[in-house]
Design a protein around this ligand. Structure first.
Ligand code: GCU
Length: 679
């Protein structure tokens, strides 16, 4: 159903209001394509189709710049274009050239990928009504790997998916709807994504066979679609494959037969997909098999796979989400937050150079607020990429509005002090701080086969913003939001203003009515939706808040707690260790304090809990009021989608408010200073 909801930010509405078009239409009539490749063809098609939709005129194609006012797509050196030498593999220059005999707009890339990215950028300029007469833009992506992880299962379900079923698989087969996959490739490529793993990190029985002849031809078809949009395809693999697919009795990484098995397997895969990206691996994590079974460590495990992939230029992306998920809640010494660092820091320097460790942004699990992983900065000799979660597992499951760009910005800007002041996470994961060979950012996708891709129409902004932010982490949230709103909904100032404000307010609102002060969790077990303060309190998962009648929080200090704070560099370790300097928003992540403890904001912890929960509901109601102003200005499909979800959000926020407030009132016996209703 190719509506605007479906087209997302690649909505190219007919340009009305003659001004911009009168001045700029001259540039849009002819396209000259210099080199020929599938990626170049994609670039050309994107331009032709979009310009046609926006201007009602189909641009003509030419082979050389002959007359004035043309768009030139090229990877060859154009002497009129400045600074081509400063481009990296995916970089590009967009420049309006006024030479002696003619004027034209050059979209030049070092490679055809750069030209494709330039084309999408150029279209964005039109969507946001930029004057084209004097363009001079140079772009290089900051991150080398800009990746999306699908958590899709072959039965069509999606782990933590909130927007329908898989667009890749159904009934344990590949889909026949390849058009939809192509449209996904277009959306991803338009924001610079260049790698994708298409199946869940939890690799079950059928998915284990993705690397066999049964499914490789299908994988190849999907890889071709993505390749044409400059995206490399990866698969998540099952570490125990040699036992499940082969006839080996072991998956021990140091066993010669196992090593040989994987080498043969890599050959099979590359025979079918010569530019295959590599394997994503979740091992020894949440009951998945891994090297620990054989008393081997994660360097042994990943290096074995790396050797198999190395002859073909493939890489192993090895996840660091390794912790004890069978913890005894009575044991106050074991701290899940410590786990990734404790497992991987001692192995720094032991990984082959085609192994990349994938590290979640925080040490727990994509909470609305948690500390940043202390592994960033601690691994100085290991390739690494950071993992975000675009799918809103713990942030409202795409029924609530929660714009995550501000959260990711904060994380990327966080100063680790790894090489003294001024070593932010963004400069570690882009490979520049430690000169890593391979580096970048990955994230769990938020799309499914709902017509609008993301369930909540406005959750598209998280996917768009993810791509834009990791292309250039120096972009501000405001710049990213501005682009997305205008590309998606057009340039009506009222629409732009209301939606922008809604997005920017939404993460703090969600934080207000859910779990307080960085303590996290307090959700219903398994599906993780809705409030349940003790849902995980007496569980095996290592996710506790330790609330009693006097206080709450996890003591992670060196002085009296789990010692987790020592995993940070001194400046941060000191800041978190001391109650005086620990920031309010992470107080309960690092400290166990009485309810009467006074925050820097001046209120007590208990009063803060009451205040934010009452306020959060009011703010959610405010979101709805803003949206309702846009009735009639947005098509019904998109308007109703958001309106309906905001209703759900408000009801659910009330539920959160009343359960959290009541729980802590009953525990503490302390009254709300403002005497509001608590049950
Ligand atoms: C979370 C999530 C799981 C997922 C896991 C992972 O725990 O709830 O569904 O498999 O993260 O990242 O591997």
């Amino acid at each position: 159903n190719v509506t605007e909801a479906y087209k997302g930010w690649l909505t190219y509405k007919k340009i009305t209001g003659a001004n911009w078009l009168n001045e700029n239409n001259k540039w849009l009539r002819t396209i000259v394509v210099k080199d020929h490749s599938e990626v170049m063809k994609s670039a050309k098609n994107e331009l032709v189709n979009a310009i046609c939709e926006m201007t009602d005129e189909e641009p003509t194609l030419a082979n050389a710049v002959e007359s004035s006012y043309q768009i030139l797509l090229t990877t060859s050196k154009d002497n009129n274009v400045e600074s081509l030498d400063e481009l990296n593999e995916d970089g590009y220059v967009i420049q309006t050239i006024h030479s002696n005999d003619r004027s034209y707009i050059s979209l030049t890339g070092k490679t055809d990928k750069g030209v494709l990215y330039a084309s999408f950028h150029f279209l964005r300029l039109i969507q946001t009504r930029t004057n084209l007469d004097n363009l001079n833009i140079k772009e290089n992506p900051a991150n080398q790997y800009r990746m999306i992880n699908q958590w899709d299962n072959m039965d069509g379900s999606i782990e933590r998916g909130y927007a329908g079923e898989s667009i890749f698989f159904e009934n344990n087969k590949f889909t026949t709807n390849l058009e939809r996959i192509k449209d996904y490739a277009r959306l991803l490529s338009s924001v610079g994504i260049n790698a994708i793993s298409i199946n869940n990190v939890n690799v079950h029985a059928v998915e284990t066979k993705l690397i066999t002849d049964e499914f490789l031809p299908d994988v190849a078809k999907v890889a071709e679609i993505f390749r044409n949009y400059a995206i490399k395809t990866f698969l998540s693999i099952n570490y125990a494959s040699p036992m499940q697919l082969g006839d080996l009795k072991t998956a021990d990484p140091l066993n010669e037969d196992v090593r040989q098995w994987w080498k043969e397997k890599a050959k099979d895969v590359y025979r079918v997909i010569p530019d295959f990206g590599g394997f994503v691996v979740k091992a020894d994590s949440e009951h998945r098999p891994g090297p620990f079974t054989y008393d081997r460590n994660h360097a042994d495990g990943s290096n074995m796979l790396a050797e198999a992939l190395e002859p073909f230029g493939g890489v192993v992306i090895w996840r660091c989400f390794v912790y004890n998920c069978m913890q005894d809640w009575r044991d106050r010494k074991t701290d899940r937050a410590r786990a990734a660092y404790d497992h991987f820091k001692p192995l720094d320097g032991q990984f082959h150079d085609n192994v990349i460790l994938q590290i979640k942004n925080g040490p727990m699990d994509f909470q609305v607020r948690e500390a940043n992983s202390p592994l960033f900065g601690a691994l100085t000799e290991t390739n690494q990429i950071l993992e975000f979660q675009v799918t809103q597992e713990y942030t409202g499951q795409q029924r609530h509005l929660c714009y995550l760009i501000p959260q990711w910005k904060e994380i990327l800007e966080f100063d680790t002090f790894a090489k003294g002041q001024g070593t932010p996470i963004k400069r570690i994961v882009d490979g520049s701080t430690f000169e890593n060979k391979l580096s970048g950012i990955a994230a769990v996708s938020n799309i499914g086969n709902d017509n609008n891709w993301t369930g909540h129409q406005l959750a598209q902004a998280n996917l768009y913003g993810y791509g834009r932010l990791i292309w250039n982490p120096d972009l501000s949230t405001e710049e990213i939001t501005g682009e997305w709103v205008r590309a998606t909904f057009g340039n009506d100032p009222e629409v732009v203003e209301q939606i922008t404000t809604m997005l920017h307010d939404s993460w703090p609102i969600y934080e207000n009515y859910t779990s307080p002060l960085g303590v996290g969790w307090m959700v219903n077990p398994n599906h993780h939706y809705g409030p349940n303060v003790d849902g995980y309190e007496y569980s095996v998962w290592g996710t506790y808040h330790f609330a009693d009648w006097q206080g709450i929080g996890v003591d992670r200090t060196v002085k009296s707690g789990t010692g987790y704070t020592a995993q940070y560099f001194k400046e941060n370790a000191d800041m978190y260790e001391s109650l005086d300097s620990c920031p309010d928003e992470l107080l309960l992540f690092f400290h166990h304090v009485p309810y009467t403890h006074k925050l820097k904001s001046g209120v007590t912890v208990i009063q803060h809990i009451y205040n934010t929960h009452f306020e959060g509901v009011e703010q959610a109601i405010g979101l709805n009021e803003r949206w309702s102003k846009l009735k009639g200005k947005i098509d019904e499909e998109r308007y109703d989608n958001v309106a309906n979800r905001l209703e759900v959000q408000i009801e659910n926020a009330k539920q959160w408010r009343d359960i959290i407030n009541t729980y802590f009132f009953r525990k503490s016996g302390i009254n709300d200073e403002k005497n509001r209703t608590i049950y």
